[in-house]
Design a protein around this ligand. Structure first.
Ligand code: DLL
Length: 437
């Protein structure tokens, strides 16, 4: 019996020249459709005196204007759709909490492609039709749950559409239904691990073997922690609703970068300041263009996510470029006393320190003209010592470690176990109070 049904070697292992040829053909078709059907694209192209036929090579993509979240807001709700609403069969939106959400649509064919991309990514992460997949992402407008749900079904796995939250019930279902694959945000995986421990359950008695985590940034240290506490193999997957949702990129079992589905998306890395395309291997902002989507084509969408791309063939045989774990976002990169700080850098330090929980929050404030960064960390029950002297030494050690990585002084505060709010979805890592000053 076939155990890996969605291992699309024809596309996933395609020689690079063929990938690029396929991308160019699909790009040209997308540009024509977008220019013809979406006023926003037509206006922007016309302003620059460009027509789709001008793009005769992949390099030509750099002549085209970017699309930003602001464009989507201005065209709320359906202005960026390239098909009439009667051809749209599903609507989702971004997880943004402020202002109007960005609305995205899918045709029947878009959903088919989406399920296929997610199934491919899940197969690469080790999921097979023998698995029982517990989806603990919130079902709703967020693309995470539905994306992984339909991907699992396509593989032939049994899906448990648990949705987010209700942690005790999640654990009961996990035990009783023998869930073998867990799908959620990495921060929720830690919450589950905490509760499993608290209930005195030995993770080895669970049937869990793999975890597919995404939707928010997480560090290598956090991966190690999840893997050892839940006794699973944890892989990272990346996506964004504007592009398709999950399924844009995902790790294979080599866990050495997330393979981008380059037969469906073109990835570029730009300097977020100058907007110039950077050479392969550079660190910068990821820009994505969809080349298969009908309802909601995105041309040069600025993701704001900072990463780099590796075009070498992976040990697994896949030729699809790999993106590194994101190092933060170009827009939530904190600038503290002039130094660029990514929350992920602090997380790496914290998770490596014995006694620190990966539950933390960064509070940025301003005293006079001076930025202050306070790192609030939860400590394990047994470390939350009452002895002032020991506590001061611990704080001092953590502060010094962070300082040596960031090159900027921070103040560290220990907070009681479980005092930082838990989220069923994405964790809220940064509170920036400077805007209100
Ligand atoms: O988070 C789609 C998704 C769901 C991906 C489930 C993977 C799994 P949005 O809500 O539109 O879509 O948020 C997209 O989340 O621009 C990144 O900043 C961040 N993000 C998503 N996945 C990762 C990841 C979904 N694996 C925004 N690592 C993106 C780091 C991630 N950041």
């Amino acid at each position: 019996m076939q155990t890996n049904p969605i291992w699309d070697t024809q596309h996933e292992c395609m020689p690079r020249e063929e990938v690029e040829q396929l991308q160019l053909e699909r790009l040209q078709a997308t540009l024509n459709r977008a220019y013809k059907n979406v006023t926003c694209y037509r206006t922007k192209f016309n302003e620059l005196g460009i027509v789709p036929e001008d793009v005769t090579s992949l390099d030509g993509l750099s002549k085209l204007p970017f699309t930003t979240k602001e464009d989507l807001r201005l065209n709320y709700p359906y202005g960026m759709f390239a098909v009439p609403l009667r051809e749209v069969v599903r609507i989702h939106s971004s997880s943004g909490t402020t202002g109007k959400p960005t609305v995205v649509g899918y045709t029947k064919n878009d959903l088919k492609i989406w399920s296929n991309l997610v199934a491919r990514m899940m197969t690469a992460a080790g999921v097979t039709h023998d698995d029982v997949v517990q989806v603990a992402f919130g079902y709703g407008m967020f693309t995470g749950a539905f994306g992984l749900h339909y991907g699992s079904e396509l593989i032939g796995a049994a899906v448990i559409p648990m949705s987010g939250g209700n942690t005790d019930k999640q654990i009961m279902i996990m035990q009783d239904y023998r869930s073998s694959a867990l799908v959620c945000t990495p921060s929720y995986a830690i919450t589950l691990a905490d509760r499993i421990e608290k209930q005195g359950i030995d993770p080895k008695t669970l049937a869990l073997k793999v975890g597919l985590f995404g939707g928010e940034p997480w560090s290598e240290a956090m991966r190690r922690e999840i893997e050892s506490r839940l006794q699973i193999s944890a892989t990272d997957n990346y996506g964004l609703s504007e592009i398709i949702g999950p399924g844009v990129a995902g790790e294979c079992l080599c866990k050495n970068g997330m393979h981008i589905a380059e037969d469906a998306f073109i990835a570029e890395i730009i300097d977020p300041e100058t907007c110039q395309v950077l050479p392969p291997g550079s660190v910068g902002e990821l820009v994505l263009t969809t080349i298969c989507k009908e309802a909601f084509p995105m041309i040069r969408y600025r993701t704001r996510d900072i990463t780099s791309l590796d075009y070498t063939t992976c040990e697994c045989g896949r030729t699809m470029a790999r993106m590194r774990k994101t190092m933060g976002r170009s827009d939530d990169m904190l600038i503290i006393k002039g130094v660029n700080v990514f929350p992920s850098q602090i997380e790496e330090v914290l998770v490596a320190i014995e006694g620190c929980e990966p539950h933390y929050q960064l509070v940025v404030d301003r005293k006079g003209a001076l930025d202050i960064l306070e790192v609030c960390i939860e400590v394990r029950e047994n470390i939350f010592f009452d002895e002032m002297k020991k506590q001061r030494a611990f704080l001092d050690m953590v502060g010094k470690k962070i300082d040596s990585v960031l090159g900027v002084g921070v103040s560290v505060r220990l907070v009681e176990p479980n005092s930082i709010p838990r989220h069923e979805g994405k964790a809220e890592r940064v509170i920036d109070r400077r805007q209100n000053r």
